[in-house]
Structures are given as structure tokens and as C-alpha cells.
Design a protein around this ligand. Sequence first.
Ligand SMILES: Nc1ncnc2c1ncn2[C@@H]1O[C@H](COP(=O)(O)OP(=O)(O)O)[C@@H](O)[C@H]1O
Ligand SMILES: [Mg+2]
Length: 333
Amino acid sequence: MPAPAFLLPADPLDGRRPDPHFAWEARLLRGLDAEHHLVDHDALLAGDAQAAVGRVPGGRGPFWYRGWMLPADRYADFAAALAERGAHLLTSAPGYASAHELPGWYGVFEGATPTSVWLPVPASVPPGPEELAPAVARLGGRGPAIVKDYVKSRKHEWHEACYIPELADLAAVERVVARFVELQGEFLAGGVVLRRFEEFARAGTAGPAPRGDGPSGPRPSDGNGQDTDGDADGDSPGGQAGKGPAVEARVWWLDGEPVLVGPHPDTPGCPADPDLAVVRPLVRALGCRFVTTDLAHRADGSGWRVVEVGDGQVSDLPRGIDASGLLVALLAA
Ligand SMILES: Nc1ncnc2c1ncn2[C@@H]1O[C@H](COP(=O)(O)OP(=O)(O)O)[C@@H](O)[C@H]1O
Ligand SMILES: [Mg+2]
């Protein structure tokens, strides 16, 4: 089989150039003599996958995608449009959904990640108390929690649309969930997830995880559905006054091996050295070739927890990290 080639999003303003957010990865790939081609992310999101892959030469590949997140159904369209051109993605559409959406990976990681329940939310209609009450009961009925969708939270609107101080206060649960659904709007992925809140070591607090330099620079997108997994904007995840963001390590796994361990893009100055003994067999059990796991250390020092799993193709790389080893590994896959 020939070495994999890469597909990157094109600059929306100039289809012949890579999107500025991925230009450095394109440069690294050129430096490695790796083939890459550009795809039109807006067309992928709009459901016109054939137009999106119009610049991809037929009969090439196999391909790794490195780009903005795509909803699982759009990724499936992407894979199908490439297949029509005799090309294929190394991550199948079901594989992408397994790593990208919490219900796809939760069963494998249960016990190593905060306890979670989820509710499908068709047509962005927020769940009412009759649906939330049993979900809250399945989560234990009391204590703090967070809400997100199958893929993303609104961690930068922590008090308004992410953090639930007390599950027993069903009216407050309903309020935070409804605000979350409203703010996600048409970009709500799948449904609503409720997760028990756990105390993680945070930047600026004493704890076993290494120190952090705080959040990084501007967000690459403005919430228009373009996102990689790790949006390095503004306030701390959670924005919990005086606490700072949870210190997370992002581990990049290829075929069950950790090929890159680095900081999370939200805390790029936080090198961390997580213990991977618990996570490694879980990643292998998930069975997806290229995934990331975001790991946080419990504030009480009792070990590492999986905050979330992601598809490696759409996980953001923190600026300043040496990604060439990861790309070399992907080229040899
Ligand atoms: N169960 C939890 N307990 C405590 N903090 C959490 C929990 N889940 C998420 N967080 C905090 O909220 C942030 C965002 O959650 P995450 O699941 O990573 O969503 P996103 O996909 O938006 O990054 C995390 O980086 C972490 O700081
Ligand atoms: Mg995250």
C-alpha cells in the first residue's frame, strides 16, 4: 500500500491554499515530502461532499484528514464522495463517530471518565423536566454536573450553559440545559450529555500535575461550526473564578500506541506526564486507529481521568508543539 496522503481544509478565501489554521501542518507535510490535497470544508458542512473533494485527484490515497470537526453524518458523506473517486479515508465513518461522539466511546471508557448520561435532542428542542428527571436520577440525583452535547461543551459560558451546581435542583438543571441547547443552535451535535462534575487539578492551584501558563491566544473560529477539538480562546474552561482551567494532557494514539503526549491546546504551556496504564487498554478496546484522549489529574491526586476522547483527525494541535513525529507516524501507518 502506498504511504498515506493528507487532506486539509482549503482557505475559504483562496481554495488553492490551506486554511491558515492548518498552514503550519501543510508546511510540515511538505518538509516531509508528504502528499497533501485540499478540501472545501464549507461545502462539506453544507452537504455538498462531491464539490468539497473536487480538487482531490482520483485513485489516490489512502488518506488521513487533518481539519475542522465535521458532524458524523457529514464525515460519512465525505468518505462516500472520496470512495466514488476511488480514494478512501483511513478512518471509516463508523470509526469516526465512535471516537468523535461521547455515546460512541463512553461504554469503553466507563469508570475511567466522569459518569455520564445522554438524551437525544431532535430538532434542537431542549428536554423538559419529564426527560431530565430520569436522566438526573440515573446520574445519582444530586451533586454538581456539567452539560455538553455529544461532542462539545460551552465551557466558556460556564455558569450560564455548562456547570450545574446541584442536580437535585431540577429547575436549575432545566435552565442550564435549555440555555446550552439554545446557544448551540443548529450546531448541537446529537443530543445533551450530563456528566458528574469531578474536581481536577487546575492551572494555578497546587496539585500533582505540572504548572500551567493559562489559556492561549485567539480562537481560530467564531463558533460558526468550524472547530477542531480544543478551542484555545479566552477565559478558562469553566471560568471558575480563581480556579483556572483544568490542566489537561492530550495524548495522540495511533494503532493503540501513544505517539505524542503534549499539553491540551487550551493550556499550551502545560506539559504533563500522564500515567497511561489505565487508558492504553481502553484505547485499544475502542479499536479506532487514530484518536486523542484528554486526561486531567484528580485534584486529590488520586489519578488521571479521561475528560474526553476525540478523533485524531479533528483534534487540535497546540501551537509550538513538535508535531513532526506524529506526522511521520501517520505516514508510516
Ligand atoms: N465531568 C467534569 N468534571 C469537571 N470538569 C469537567 C468535566 N467535564 C468537563 N469539565 C471541564 O470542562 C472543560 C470542557 O469539557 P470537555 O468535555 O472537554 O468539552 P469540550 O469538548 O468543549 O472541550 C474540560 O476541559 C474541563 O475543564
Ligand atoms: Mg475538551
